[in-house]
Design a protein around this ligand. Structure first.
Ligand SMILES: C[S@@+](CC[C@H](N)C(=O)[O-])C[C@H]1O[C@@H](n2cnc3c(N)ncnc32)[C@H](O)[C@@H]1O
Length: 308
C-alpha cells in the first residue's frame, strides 16, 4: 500500500517536472533494472578520506552537510534542478564546490576510534540509516566489511545496493522483531545507533544490541544530547521551584554513561539489574564527547567491549 502510494506520487512528480518521455524511461528502468545506486560499480576515488565520503554521499556526520544542500539546490534558469538525480549529485566533479550548512563534525572521532579497524573484515550495523548516505560512506571507508543497515522505513526508501550491504526494515522499538533480527544476524564488531535520538529508544537499543557485540567490539551512540538538553531545562525549571521531576525518563543519557563508566547500579525502566550487570562485566571503557560547542546537537558516546 505504502509502496503504491509512493510510486504514484513519484509518477506525477516526474511527469510534471521532466515530461512524458523521461517518465516512460524511468518506468522502464524501474521495471527492468534496479533503480538503486550500485556501490560496487560507482567510480569513487580510493584516496577519499572519511570526511570527503560523508560529504560526497551527504550524511550530516561530516563537517558539512551534503544532503541538505542537494535537497535545496537551486534550479537553473530553465527551472531544472542542477542535478536530476542523487546519482548525478554523487558524481559531481568537485564535491566542495557548493554552499553547505554545517554537519555534526563527527569525522575526527570516527577516525580516531574506528580508523585503526579500517582494513579489517568486520560486521558493522548501523541503526537508523534513512536513505543510506552514511551506509554508502561506511561502504568505502571499510572496504572489507559487511554492512547491515536497519531502519523503520521500507526498503524502497534506501537508495543504494552493494554486495556487502544488507538492508533490514525494522522498528527497533518492536522487541519481538528485534529479537528475530538478532537471532538471524548476530554478532557485530561495530554498532552505530543514529536512529531515534530519544528515550526509550536510546536505552532500548543499548539493552538489545550491546550484547550482540563481539568481544573487542564498539557501540556508538550519536546525538543523545538533544534529549538531554530538554530534560536539563525541565529539571532546572522544576528545581528552581523546589519540585522534583517524576516522569519515567528523567535520567540524562550522559548520566547513564557515567553510571556505566563507574559500574554503579541505577534504577531504570528498561535496564534491569541483569542487563546492567552484563554491561559492567563486559565493558572495557566508555568515551563520551559532548560536541555542543561545535554543533548544537552533536554528541557521541562510545562503549568499548572487553576483548575477552
Ligand atoms: C538521523 S536519521 C539517520 C541518518 C543516517 N544515519 C545518515 O547519517 O545519513 C534517523 C533515522 O532513524 C530512523 N528511525 C526512527 N525511529 C526508528 C525506529 N523506531 N526504528 C528504526 N529506525 C528508526 C528514521 O526513519 C530515520 O531514517
Amino acid at each position: 500500500m505504502l509502496r503504491s502510494k509512493y510510486l504514484i506520487r513519484r509518477f506525477f512528480y516526474t511527469l510534471s517536472n521532466y515530461g512524458i518521455s523521461a517518465t516512460l524511461k524511468k518506468i522502464y528502468k524501474t521495471c527492468f533494472y534496479s533503480n538503486k545506486i550500485d556501490l560496487d560499480k560507482l567510480n569513487i576515488p580510493n584516496n577519499l578520506g572519511l570526511d570527503d565520503l560523508f560529504l560526497k554521499f551527504g550524511t550530516d556526520k561530516g563537517s558539512l552537510d551534503g544532503k541538505k544542500t542537494y535537497d535545496f539546490l537551486e534550479k537553473n534558469k530553465d527551472g531544472e534542478k542542477k542535478f536530476k538525480s542523487y546519482y548525478e549529485w554523487i558524481n559531481r566533479n568537485n564535491p566542495r564546490n557548493f554552499e553547505y550548512q554545517f554537519g555534526l563534525n563527527f569525522t575526527p572521532y570516527y577516525e580516531k576510534y574506528l580508523g585503526p579497524l579500517r582494513d579489517k573484515s568486520l560486521k558493522i550495523l548501523e541503526i537508523g540509516v534513512a536513505n543510506g548516505h552514511s551506509v554508502a560512506s561506511w561502504f568505502y571507508y571499510f572496504p572489507n566489511s559487511e554492512i547491515h543497515a536497519v531502519d523503520i522505513k521500507k526498503k524502497h526508501k534506501f537508495l543504494y545496493k552493494g554486495k556487502r550491504i544488507n538492508y533490514h526494515s525494522l522498528d527497533c522499538l518492536d522487541n519481538v522483531a528485534v529479537r528475530k533480527f538478532i537471532t538471524k544476524n548476530n554478532n557485530f564488531d561495530i554498532i552505530i545507533d543514529d536512529s531515534f535520538h530519544e528515550q526509550p529508544a536510546i536505552t532500548n537499543n543499548i539493552k538489545n544490541f550491546y550484547p550482540t557485540l563481539n568481544p573487542g567490539g564498539i557501540y556508538v551512540l550519536e546525538d543523545f544530547n538533544t534529549a538531554d538538553h530538554i530534560l536539563k531545562i525541565e529539571r532546572k525549571y522544576n528545581e528552581d521551584s523546589g519540585k522534583k521531576l517524576m516522569h519515567r525518563w528523567s535520567i540524562l543519557t550522559s548520566e547513564i554513561f557515567d553510571y556505566i563508566k563507574n559500574k554503579k547500579m541505577f534504577k531504570h525502566e528498561i535496564f534491569k539489574e541483569d542487563d546492567l550487570k552484563y554491561i559492567f562485566d563486559t565493558i572495557d571503557r566508555v568515551e563520551v564527547h559532548d560536541l555542543e560547542l561545535e554543533h548544537p546537537w552533536a554528541s557521541l558516546g562510545f562503549l568499548f567491549k572487553k576483548k575477552n
